[in-house]
Design a protein around this ligand. Structure first.
Ligand code: ACO
Length: 338
């Protein structure tokens, strides 16, 4: 069984807010934000919603894969910012696409969410339960930011990314453009996963849900926002991510030097540079989207994957690492042969 990503797509809100634009409303500057994070601008929603961006990203991924919505068996959306508590964003995507056969649900693993969702889809596909999955990371983080808190609100952006994942069992598939997916049994695709969680450290990056509120205890609804101990998150990221990548490379029987790209969660350029240094890998192998997207949590890995796919930077047989890390705390890595 070979399990491949056969299509990618993404969707960003129309409105772009630069650091200078942000500085008109928040006590900050382009110099402070860019020098500490690498972020220049981010997309923020106006009319868009988590579901609308997800549907658009999913439609684009299906077109890129050359398959129809009726072929999708499973939809998993990783998000912490769905439009509703229920229905899930995945159910909204199912409805938006008309993917009537699909089973749909969300998962919450914050910035590691896309990798957790991909691994979950892999498990379903690998055991033969389903054949084709749509895996998304989608966030409207701007709605859970405290716009009075300059230490967090400057870091994040909104957007969605999607990947079509399919299990092949030695068959040949003809694509719309006439080219063929030639499959060999047991070669390529998703090769190894590594995941972890550390709930004991969860409060360093949190956003509270609703308080108990019933006949016995009164807590009228008040919105809550993201709170972060930036330096603790930084320390967590620069120690955990290289170790996770080393473990997943070992599982795949490969080395950092075998990888063409490291597609990392886009939190901060300093984290990416530190991971590159610890892995003794060339920084040029770490594509970046945070300069124009900011940190889009679960959406950042699939958006970046779509960007490098659309630029033609991926060729069949290229090996890449994808890695996510963040709230929970959680982390996850995967090795993929394109
Ligand atoms: N503009 C201007 N000044 C600011 C801003 C801002 N947006 N935010 C904070 N400051 C000020 C602070 O008030 C403080 O001023 P003071 O010294 O007068 O008190 C000063 O800048 C330094 O603040 P620190 O919080 O110590 O800044 P630090 O150098 O640690 O950088 C940062 C903060 C960039 C968040 C850093 O801690 C970091 O990279 N952390 C990693 C966490 C991260 O990337 N999180 C993203 C989300 S989590 C995830 O995706 C996994």
């Amino acid at each position: 069984m070979v399990i491949r990503i056969i299509g990618t797509g993404s969707s960003l809100p129309q409105q772009v807010v630069t650091n200078d634009g942000l500085a008109e409303a928040v006590d900050t500057s382009d110099e402070w934000i860019f020098s500490r994070t690498g972020i220049r601008e981010r997309h923020l929603v106006k009319e868009e919603t988590t579901a609308s961006m997800s549907v658009e990203a999913a439609e684009r991924a299906l077109i890129n894969a050359g398959i129809g919505a009726e072929e999708v068996d499973l939809i998993i959306v990783a998000t912490i910012t769905g439009d509703y508590l229920t229905p899930s964003t995945a159910c909204e995507v199912q409805a938006g696409l008309g993917a009537r056969r699909a089973v749909a649900f969300d998962i919450n693993a914050a910035c590691s969410g896309f990798l957790f969702a991909l691994h979950t889809a892999y498990a379903y596909l690998e055991t033969g339960v389903y054949r084709t999955a749509l895996v998304l990371g989608a966030e409207t983080l701007s709605k859970i930011m405290d716009w009075e808190d300059r230490s967090t609100c400057v870091l994040f952006g909104d957007g969605a990314g999607a990947a079509v994942v399919r299990a092949f069992n030695g068959e040949t598939r003809i694509r719309d453009d006439g080219s063929q997916w030639l499959e060999e049994k047991g070669k390529g695709g998703l090769l190894a996963f590594e995941q972890g969680s550390d709930g004991a450290r969860g409060k360093v990056l949190s956003c509270k849900g609703r308080e108990n509120n019933n006949l016995l205890v009164r807590n009228p609804f008040t919105p809550s926002y993201v709170k972060m101990d930036g330096q603790e998150v930084y320390k967590f990221a620069v120690s955990t991510v290289p170790a996770s990548i080393q473990r997943v490379l070992e599982k795949a029987g490969m080395e950092a030097g075998d990888m063409k790209y490291f597609v990392l969660h886009q939190a901060n350029i300093r984290i990416i540079q530190s991971v590159a240094k610890r892995l003794k890998a060339d920084e040029g192998k770490f594509p970046v989207s945070l300069d124009h997207c900011g940190n889009v949590s679960a959406a950042s890995v699939p958006i970046l994957l779509d960007e490098i796919n659309k630029k033609g930077m991926l060729e069949r047989g290229d090996k890449i690492v994808m890695a996510g890390f963040g709230g929970g705390l959680t982390w996850a890595s995967a090795v993929l042969e394109w």
